[in-house]
Every structure is written in C-alpha cells, then in structure tokens.
Design a protein around this ligand. Structure first.
Ligand code: AHR
Length: 654
C-alpha cells in the first residue's frame, strides 16, 4: 500500500497529541539541504562499537556464564563464596594446577552434619532456570578408597532443584563431569556438595555452567547478554578495559598471557573495582580470567566486530597509584613491548609460530585478523608518551599494518588533553582515544566538537563516552543527548573512525558505576534507552557521509535540532538521523538535492518519551523502545514533523 507522506506525518502528529496531551507545533519549517550527488567521506564499518570491561560484575558473574564464585579457591581468603560444613580443609600440596595451587580436602568423619561445602554464586546466588540443564565439573583425587559426592542445586527456600551423584576413584587428579536438570527457576540458588560415604577426597576447580551458552561454546558466554551484544551490530570490540588494564599496581595489571591456555590454570587476579569506591566495595570481586583473551577474540568473531585489545603501557593506574616505583622504567619496558608483539602473533600468526600455535592448540587455527591495538588506557602527562614511543617503534617495525591507538587521557579538554594530543601528533599514533563522561548540556553543546578538528592529525576513537544526567541513571534524557551528539560523529566520519559507549554491563545487585548500557540480574537482562540509541546507529551505519546543511552550516543545536545524513551504497538507501531535543514539535524539510523526483519507500523509527526521566528496568524493560513504521517519500524531499524529545531515523530507498 502506498503511503502519502503528508498523511503519515499528520497521523503521526495526531497520535502524539493523544499520547502526550496537546503539543505545541512551531509553525517554522526548517529547510535542510542534503547533497545526494556528492558522496562524502567513507564511514568505517568500525564506527559504532562496544567497550567491555570487567566492572559492575560484567565478566565473572555476568557475561561469562560460570556460576561458581572462587571455583579455584584462589581469592585472598580461600573460602570466599563457599560455606564449608563438617571436615573441610584448604590445602596446596601436590596441587592439580601450579598457577592455582589451592584446593579443598573433604573428609567424612562428621556423621551428623556430614562434610561438604556450598557455593553461593555471584551477587546473592546462582540464576537457575526450570528445565535447563547445568554442567557440573570438578577435578578430584581420593586418598584411598573411592568416594561418592552428592551434587545438588538448592533454591533460596532450601528446596532441592536437582540432585545427582558422582563417584571418584584413584589417587591421581582427574576431571569428572555430570549434568543436572533443574525442576524450577530461582535467581538465588546455590550449589551444595556433600560427601556420601566414608573417605577423603581432594577437589579443585569446581565449576557449574548452563549447558546453553552463546553459540553453544564450551567455557562460553551467558546467552542473553552475548546476544544483546550481537544485536547492537558492533563494528569494533574494545577489551578488556579500562582501568583494569592498568591495575592498581603493576602486579595487578591485566596480563593477557595469564588469561589464555587451560582455564583451570589461569591465575586468579583481584579486580581493581573490588575496593575502588568507598561506598561500593565488593570484597568478593576477582578475575578468574575464564573470559580471557582467546574468548574475547572468539566473541569478537561471533558478534561480527573487529577486535581491539588494550594493553598496559607500563604505568599503574594514575588515579590510584602515585608511587613512582609502581611504574615500569622506560629502559625496562621490553617485556611489556614483547607482550604486545606476542599478542599480535597470537592473534594473527601462522600455526607454526610460537603464539599462533597456542591459538591453534586452543581451537582456532585461522588467524583472528587483528588490525588494531591500544597501548595504555587513559594515561596522561609526560610519563605516557615516553613509554608509548618504544612500543610504537617496535610495532611499526614488525607489524606496519597494525593501527596503534594512543590516548589523550581521561578528560575531553584541558591541559592534559591538549598535551596528550600534541604528543600523539608528534608520535603519529594512528588513532587517539578520547574519553568523556559528561552531563547533558556538555553533550548538546559539543555536537560540533569534531567539525574543526585537524583533518591531517591522527584519527579519533571515542573509546569511552556516556551522558551522565543528574540522576546518574540510564534515563531518556541521557540517551537523547547522546543521539544528538552522535550526529557529530557521523558528520565527521573523516575524523572519527570509531566510538564505544561505556561501561557496557552492570549487575543490578553488584554495580560500582552507572549509567551502563545493559543491566542484568542472575536471570534476566534489560536494554537501557541508551542501548537503543547505540543499536539504531549500529544498524544504520551507512557507507558515506552526505553533506547536510541548514543555513549553509550543520544542523547542530539550532532550536534543539541535530541532524546528519548518510548514504548506504550497499543497501542503496539514504539514512537520515535527527534528534529533536526541544519540547516542541518541529517541522523539518530535507531537500534531497540531486535525487530525481519519485515515489520512494522508506521507514521511520522513533525513540521518544514525554518523560525525560523514563528508563527501562528489569520489571519494565519496554518503557522507552524504538518504534518503526513504513513511510513513502514523494518528490525529492522528506518532510517530517518531529515529536518533542525524540530521536528519529529515516531510511529512504533509492
Ligand atoms: O568505564 C569506567 C572507567 O572509566 C574505565 O575503567 C576508565 O578507563 C574510565 O576512567
């Protein structure tokens, strides 16, 4: 059925009148010119991406599907997460895994209580679902005769959800696995292990995984969370941080080589978000590295994004650590530089190379095709460029095609930022990572931020950004401001090559930082309004910028309007993105210069709310979600009436 555009818009504005009460329509029509003939700068496929950091229990207890906390007994207090009963001892003689040497020994000499232990899972329990199967596995050895262990899933009311037994024999460490099917759902379950008969047994690396993981991968990701990432259509995937790359000191920094190989032997590390904020301390926050660099590369591939690892440049977190001895001296950086070179070989080297073989042995003979690497997270001052320089030299010499990303520090302006940029220009890093967590007004008034950037300088990677409204929540106001600001990314696609919102995940019962893109509990997840903005951009990247002007300049804030237009040469369509941050309906006419007048099919997607504080929650996940309808465009102009406080995306088929 053909739609008359005018009619569609009328119907749309009538609908808003009913929804929001009477809306004032400003009589002015904003005439925007789009040059469809002159195809502008290419927009990189990497333009809109994701940034993952293990903060807010994003990895262990979040994306990484393992349900057991402290499975290797390596937290500083070995039994954190475990409730032992009867006769249980922590031991480390003749361990199963040299890098995670602790294990428990259970002896049956408590007839009354029995002997065993319970694991509480992450953030108040394990999310266990009815009719789902769970894989329990453990490494065990017996002192003498074989022993049996009862394995049970127990819900928060102490009801048994599933129960089975596993028998161990022999004095050598062996892996045992068994499956359990739960009869009901509970977000706060636990795993109970009880010795059944007389004997002594050593247990290590006690693990429980849902059988269903994202793409069915062993040691895989929680399905709903990984799927939410894939649904963003990310072009780039930055990992593993953030501040955890630096660690509070050099000893606790993220070392990628500790995160590959057998999961059982990846040495546990404290998570620096464990103790960072006085009012948000989580003393049970550690990194098992079950989600390590191999899994990050694999996940990049699974969600169709280019991997972008970040490595330590030899500086401890500059916010947390002011001890100069906690920074690696410039003349001692070689092991750090070697780590970077080895990582490139791990990702891209042939199976015959040392690190390419490690990747192959882990199950991925084909290269991961790494193109980007970031050295340092958000460092500032002279300590950084003097360290980046030798990294750059070594990487350029061995891998001239790898794009090296430097940083301009934690702020989007000021002395350190200026200094950082000056140094990145001198060192000729390929891209410069900028970070900004700012209020709504900043986002709106910075929509033209990149219009006057030096076109010959290194390119921009907006590696961490998020609008922080007063509420510090993922409310509609922040999302709307981000949608407006992002038109400036697109308009300046010759300068901005990629951008990633931050942080990505947060557990509702164990977060340290907000806003965040995706919230979850032990069973469910919810996409924030900000998520939908990212998704609309990620699904409608386009291939080239089309020059879009209002009164001969960009439409970037006049009366609350922010617009950009892209061409998608592959889909043969024009994509118009426009935010109306005002409280009034705005009439806008986009004249598509150079386009033959015709009747064309298209779509209109709107993200709007009359309540600027509205947010999506686990209980009300659809409070603000995009709505799409078909439209038709006649002539060579797109005439629209934009709802107040709305982000709008139009596609027009060519
Ligand atoms: O995204 C949260 C933190 O913000 C990151 O770890 C750090 O890079 C920045 O300060």
């Amino acid at each position: 059925m053909k739609h008359n555009l005018k009619k569609t818009c009328l119907t749309a504005s009538l609908a808003f009148s009913t929804l929001l009460g009477f809306q004032q329509v400003n009589a002015q029509e904003y005439n925007v010119q789009v040059d469809t003939k002159k195809v502008g700068s290419p927009i990189q496929k990497t333009m809109y991406g994701i940034f993952f950091e293990d903060i807010n229990f994003g990895a262990d207890g979040g994306l990484y599907a393992e349900l057991v906390k402290n499975r290797s007994f390596e937290f500083d207090h070995n039994l954190v997460g475990w409730l032992p009963f009867g006769n249980v001892k922590v031991m480390n003689s003749n361990p199963c895994f040299d890098k995670n040497p602790n294990y428990v020994q259970i002896s049956y000499d408590k007839e009354l209580t029995g002997s065993g232990l319970e694991n509480e899972g992450f953030a108040k329990g394990m999310g266990i679902k009815a009719d789902e199967t769970y894989k329990f596995s453990v490494y065990a050895r017996c002192a003498d005769a074989p022993v049996k262990l009862k394995v049970q899933l127990v819900n928060s009311h102490s009801d048994i959800l599933a129960s089975t037994e596993v028998e161990f024999s022999g004095k050598e460490w062996k892996k045992y696995s068994v499956e359990l099917k739960s009869r009901s759902t509970d977000a706060h379950s636990k795993l109970r292990l009880t010795l059944v008969n007389k004997g002594v047994v050593d247990l290590d690396h006690i693990s429980l995984f849902p059988s269903k993981t994202f793409k069915g991968r062993e040691n895989g990701m929680r399905e709903d969370l990984a799927q939410a990432l894939a649904d963003l259509h990310p072009g780039i995937f930055r990992f593993p941080g953030g501040c955890i790359v630096e660690g509070t000191n050099l000893a606790t920094r993220y070392q990628w080589k500790n995160t590959i190989g057998a999961v059982e032997n990846r040495p546990t590390n404290i998570n620096r978000w464990n103790y960072t904020f006085g009012d948000k301390k989580y003393f049970d926050y550690y990194q098992s590295y079950g989600l390590g660099f191999y899994e990050y590369f694999q996940l990049s591939e699974d969600i169709g994004a280019e991997p972008l690892p970040v490595l330590s440049c030899g500086l401890s977190c500059q916010f947390e650590n002011h001890d100069p001895n906690e920074n690696c001296a410039v003349d001692k950086l070689q092991p750090f530089i070697q780590d970077a070179l080895d990582l490139i070989e791990f990702a891209n080297g042939p199976s015959t190379s040392k690190w390419g073989k490690v990747r192959t042995d882990m199950g991925h003979p084909a290269p991961f095709n790494l193109k980007f690497i970031a050295i340092g997270n958000e460092q500032w001052g002279p300590l950084y460029p003097e360290r980046l320089e030798p990294f750059l030299k070594a990487i350029r010499a061995k891998y001239p095609n790898i794009n090296v990303i430097g940083t301009a520090g934690p702020s989007p302006d000021g002395k350190d930022f200026e200094f950082g940029w000056k140094e990145m220009k001198r060192l000729k890093s390929d891209l410069v990572d900028e970070h900004y967590y700012k209020d709504p007004q900043w986002f709106l008034s910075n929509a033209k931020r990149y219009d006057n950037y030096d076109r010959k300088a290194p390119k921009v990677f907006a590696g961490e950004y998020a609008c922080h409204p007063k509420s510090k929540k993922n409310d509609f106001e922040g999302a709307l401001c981000e949608s407006a600001f992002m038109t400036g990314f697109e308009r300046n696609a010759d300068v901005v090559k990629m951008c990633t919102y931050a942080p990505l995940f947060a557990h509702v019962d164990a977060w340290q930082w907000r806003p965040d893109l995706i919230w979850f509990d032990n069973l469910k997840s919810v996409k924030s309004v900000n998520y939908y903005v990212q998704q609309l951009y990620g699904m409608n990247v386009g291939t080239n910028v089309l020059t879009t002007t209002y009164n001969n300049g960009p439409l970037a804030g006049q009366d609350g309007l922010y617009a950009s237009t892209a061409l998608d040469k592959n889909k043969m369509e024009i994509i118009v993105k426009i935010a109306n941050t005002s409280k009034e309906v705005r009439k806008v006419k986009f004249t598509l210069n150079g386009l033959k007048a015709a009747e064309r099919k298209g779509t209109h997607t709107i993200l709007t709310s009359d309540n600027i504080d509205a947010e999506n929650t686990l209980d009300k996940p659809n409070t603000v979600v995009p709505a799409t309808k078909e439209i038709s465009v006649s002539g060579n102009a797109l005439q629209v009436e934009l709802a107040p406080q709305s982000f709008n995306l139009y596609t027009i088929k060519l």
